[in-house]
Design a protein around this ligand. Structure first.
Ligand SMILES: [Zn+2]
Length: 441
């Protein structure tokens, strides 16, 4: 009897719009690519309750027939003229900045709160471009990236869900050590908590990122293009250091992704147990064998290559001389690298290195993946099913099916015939909340 009374009280509360009322959305999708890799279907209904997908059903189901209780909120969303697909995932962004001619000055001018607010603006652009999830792989600005991740999750600001590495793990003077070219006392202030040398320090640097709140670990196995050092592009961590980073991260339940251009660094990171490789410029047949043996993902960031090659060719470039030389060397190679990896059967996850290129232009990577030999469907898969797997979120993200977060976007044309349709996203929903609608333009 007591139980029945409680239920009655609850029903009364809910009917009055109380806290227990559910929030439903019913999307009528003209074409739906619910599971990239499988064919798109015509005329489908997606039913969403409290941010989670309840079901996907054939035909246009009436909102009154979904089983909502009296007092529940039900939104009907008409996307009958649109192509609907899962929210996109970018596995390689840097939200706390964006490359520009003032970058080296900004490193000493901007406070951590300045960075956090800049990052918030970049996050909003990214979300409105259809990217409902990102993996941030290295951030300046102290704890700004963690504050942004948590602030977005709490609804303080609009942005994609963020999985954040905190500071990248780097050797002293290496690609993730941003102090090159500054006077010593300034370098001391700029010193990153991810800089480490030797096995013991490497272990500690990883643990330090986990303590700060890192969802995964990012390390720079080799030199990189935009660091201000003429030290080639090859392996920087020694094998024992790489192994210390991987085993420490894995012991704490964190995946590890390694920035790597030079082939020795790529192969050493894979042998040491890396879960994914960022860039991969000089990968060879042995790398492809190691990728497949490990089941590791490649995040090719072709857009970053295109962007830095353009800067290097500009006679008035803002790049420092070492960066310009490396950009001219690496940039033009990345498309062919992605082509070789894809042809060789390496698993590829979508990533742009946005922050090098402009935030919000992430979808430009799709056309480059197609140029590298993928079908549009394969390219879309890299940013949905494969990206979700790469970041360990397949249970929640990457497809539109029951039990997953309602991260859903729509475009006007058919991205399976022209993948560049994804550069103009008309509708964005994240966790059931709508951030962009077709009539907003
Ligand atoms: Zn990067």
């Amino acid at each position: 009897m007591k139980f029945a009374a409680t239920l009655a009280a609850c029903a009364a509360l809910c009917a009055g719009g109380g806290a227990l009322a559910a929030d439903w959305s019913v999307i009528h999708a003209g074409r739906l690519l619910a599971q990239p890799g499988a064919p798109a279907l015509e005329a489908q209904t997606i039913i969403i309750r409290d941010g989670e997908i309840v079901s996907v059903e054939p035909g246009y189901k009436d909102a009154s027939a979904i089983g909502a209780a009296a007092g529940d909120k039900v939104a009907e969303i008409d996307l009958k003229d649109y192509f609907v697909l899962p929210g996109l995932i970018d596995c390689h962004v840097h939200l706390t900045g964006e490359n520009n001619p003032q970058g080296r000055l900004q490193a000493v001018e901007l406070s951590d709160p300045d960075r956090a607010l800049w990052a918030a603006a970049n996050a909003r652009k990214t979300l409105l471009a259809g990217f409902t999830t990102v993996r941030n792989v290295g951030a300046g600005g102290g704890d700004a990236i963690f504050a942004l991740r948590d602030g977005i999750a709490k609804g303080y600001v609009e942005g994609p869900r963020i999985f954040a590495a905190g500071s990248g793990i780097s050797v002293t003077g290496g690609h993730g050590d941003g102090t090159q070219g500054y006077r010593d006392d300034v370098a001391e202030v700029l010193h990153s908590p991810g800089v480490c040398d030797g096995v013991a320090e490497c272990r500690k640097a990883v643990r330090e990122q986990v303590r700060r709140g890192a969802d995964h670990i990012k390390l720079t196995a080799t030199a990189g293009v935009l660091s201000n050092t003429a030290a080639g592009l090859e392996q920087q961590f020694f094998d024992d250091e790489l192994e210390a980073i991987m085993t420490t991260a894995h012991a704490m339940g964190r995946k590890v992704t390694a920035h790597a251009h030079g082939v020795n660094g790529i192969n050493a990171a894979l042998r040491a147990g890396g879960d994914s490789i960022e860039h991969g410029t000089y990968l060879d047949a042995e790398s492809i064998r190691l990728f497949k043996r490990r089941g590791a993902y490649l995040v090719p960031t072709i857009l970053a290559g295109v962007t830095v090659a353009e800067w290097a060719a500009d006679p008035d470039t803002f790049l420092t001389p070492p960066s310009r030389a490396k950009a001219a060397e690496v940039g033009p190679l990345m498309l062919d690298m992605a082509r070789r990896a894809h042809a060789g059967g390496v698993k590829i996850a979508f990533g742009t290195d946005s922050g090098v290129s402009k935030h919000g232009e992430n979808a430009r990577e799709f056309a480059l993946l197609v140029e590298a030999g993928m079908t549009p469907m394969q390219a879309i898969r890299t940013a949905t099913v494969a990206a979700a797997d790469n970041i360990g979120q397949s249970a929640h993200l990457g497809t539109i099916e029951a039990g997953k977060h309602a991260d859903i976007i729509a475009v006007g044309g058919d991205p399976l015939s022209d993948v560049r349709e994804l550069e103009d996203v008309d509708f964005v929903m994240k966790a059931g909340a709508v951030y962009k609608t077709p009539d907003a333009d």
